[in-house]
Design a protein around this ligand. Structure first.
Ligand SMILES: [Zn+2]
Length: 127
């Protein structure tokens, strides 16, 4: 079973160091925006969420439920998924674009793929 550690932090740091190495400037945890996005690009009106695969129910296979208290975890994670969807809808209504980066995509071996995704997200559809 995978470890259910505290949400984010180390994943977030990985993404931050990637963004910094790419030369991007960003803010952290804007409390003014729905869902308190992890990374905010204020002038571009874009945000990035770093989601733990377990907590946010990623379909990559890391989201296996613990054997005990299954109903509790299932409920909790389904609640998170619903909230994530609602938050992204609210952001888009306010004119913000959002990207979700999953924990499993922050692996070193996937760095190039992730970099391309992020650059595309930041540079494409600038309104
Ligand atoms: Zn995943």
């Amino acid at each position: 079973m995978q470890k259910i550690g505290p949400q984010n932090s180390s994943q977030e740091k990985k993404l931050q160091s990637l963004l910094t190495s790419l030369g991007y400037k960003y803010n952290l945890h804007s409390k003014k925006l729905p869902g308190k996005p992890d990374i905010v690009f204020p002038r571009r009106k874009k945000v990035i969420f770093v989601n733990g695969c377990f907590w946010h129910g990623h379909t990559c296979g890391r989201a296996t439920l613990p054997r005990t208290n299954r109903a509790f975890w299932k409920n909790k994670i389904e609640g998170n998924i619903k909230r994530d969807k609602r938050v992204r809808r609210e952001l888009s209504k306010l004119g913000w674009k959002s990207l979700v980066v999953w924990q499993c995509q922050l692996k070193k071996s996937k760095r190039e793929v992730l970099t391309r995704r992020i650059e595309k997200f930041i540079h494409v559809n600038v309104s």
